[in-house]
Design a protein around this ligand. Structure first.
Ligand code: BGC
Length: 381
């Protein structure tokens, strides 16, 4: 009798405390805030700051002024438990020493420019060859390796951080002084919104993106994540990962993510495109062609229940399955980042557009404003 009473009390207590605990972590409202702290110095003794943005649900993004980098992003799983869903380092030193663009703003031209050159207004411009014969992510010192000026911004949606940088005429070979602003907003709807804008004083090319490596399980390989991309075509590449210029249908190929598919299901298939990328490392041609914010992709991680949806104004998205991670980097919490332990979904104009007249233009002229917006929205299932 006594024993059954005790069991009953334990069960009753468990039933009472579980919902309370859930309530505490999932629905408790906190006041949205943004805090700034020192995060160290670069080799040339420039101070780096770290901003911590917290929304009303306790979701938290940490962004530093070096590279405008998302250092951590803590979102809830289906039990309400916060977990950091981006790869990176705990300290600035890691980023300064060796970072495959973890979380950074990429520019002046995200992705590759073939043979590290392009012509504009009858003039040829040569860039740094930092990826074989090609230029990758803005060259040797892209926007991921510069210090951005941070400023808090008021937002009715949540908390915001504005980052600005002036890229000098001729920097990394690109023409024109380019004044760039990137506003990160962590909304109370659990979205990380990124709004990029830029102006120039000479004809130039611009393609900005963010290079966060996501892992919605917060550990291990991303091969069990399910991915859907709203794109019927992709841009096939040559062995140097430069698009051939063709827009090819995904139908009947391992590139077809029009229906949600486990990333690992086809990644090792014998396929000339997968061989070139050592997995997925391609640009998808989004079905959205209006230039206004539209749904682009969705990732679902079944163990945690986390869902990430991406909306963008851009015509393309690079899905990179972390193929070049090789276990040589130990990141946050002592995690060893092995091949395919993180995935990137970089909204963008197509790679090598400056040399591909058939692709949507990336040219920015004086008097025009470059505008691009992307939203990463988190929820659970
Ligand atoms: C590229 C990969 C590259 C990686 C660098 C991605 O955006 O598509 O080819 O290796 O960035 O970390």
């Amino acid at each position: 009798m006594k024993i059954s009473k005790a069991i009953f009390s334990v069960i009753a207590l468990a039933l009472l405390t579980v919902p309370l605990w859930r309530l505490d972590t999932t629905t408790a409202m906190v006041t949205p805030e943004i805090k700034k702290q020192a995060f160290g110095m670069t080799a040339s003794r420039e101070a780096v700051e770290l901003y911590t943005l917290t929304n009303a649900n306790g979701v938290e993004a940490r962004i530093m002024t070096y590279g405008g980098t998302v250092v951590s992003l803590k979102v809830r799983d289906r039990h309400g438990v916060l977990g950091d869903v981006v790869l990176g380092y705990e300290t600035l030193e890691g980023y300064l020493k060796n970072s495959p663009y973890f979380g950074a703003i990429i520019g002046r031209y995200g992705n590759r420019i073939g043979k590290a050159r392009f012509s504009l207004s009858g003039k040829e411009y040569t860039l740094g060859k930092n990826n074989g014969e090609n230029t990758l992510h803005g060259g040797f010192k892209g926007f991921d390796k510069v210090i951005w000026k941070g400023k808090e911004v008021k937002s009715k949606d949540g908390v915001g951080l504005s980052l600005s940088y002036v890229s000098k005429d001729g920097e990394e070979g690109f023409p024109g002084n380019l004044t760039v602003t990137v506003v990160y907003t962590l909304t109370n709807n659990n979205e990380l919104k990124i709004e990029y804008s830029a102006t120039t004083d000479k004809y130039t090319v611009v393609n900005l993106t963010n290079h966060s490596y996501f892992n919605l399980a917060c550990e291990g390989a991303i091969l069990n994540h399910e991915l859907m991309i709203d794109a019927s075509r992709f841009t096939p590449v040559d062995a140097g990962l430069i698009p051939t210029g063709e827009l090819r249908s995904v139908k009947g190929t391992p590139m077809d993510f029009t229906r949600s598919t486990v990333i690992g299901a086809r990644i090792d298939q014998r396929d000339e495109q997968l061989t070139a990328g050592r997995g997925y490392d391609h640009n998808w041609v989004l079905n959205n062609v209006t230039g206004s914010l539209a749904f682009a992709a969705r990732v679902y991680e079944p163990r945690s229940g986390r869902v990430m949806e991406i909306y963008t104004t851009e015509p393309g998205i690079q899905f990179y399955s972390g193929n070049f991670l090789d276990g040589s980097i130990t990141g946050k919490g002592g995690q060893v980042y092995k091949q395919r332990y993180g995935l990137c979904l970089e909204t963008q104009h197509f790679p090598d557009s400056p040399n591909k007249p058939g692709f949507p233009s990336t040219v920015l002229k004086p008097g025009q404003r470059y505008n691009s917006s992307t939203i990463y929205r988190f929820s659970v299932r």
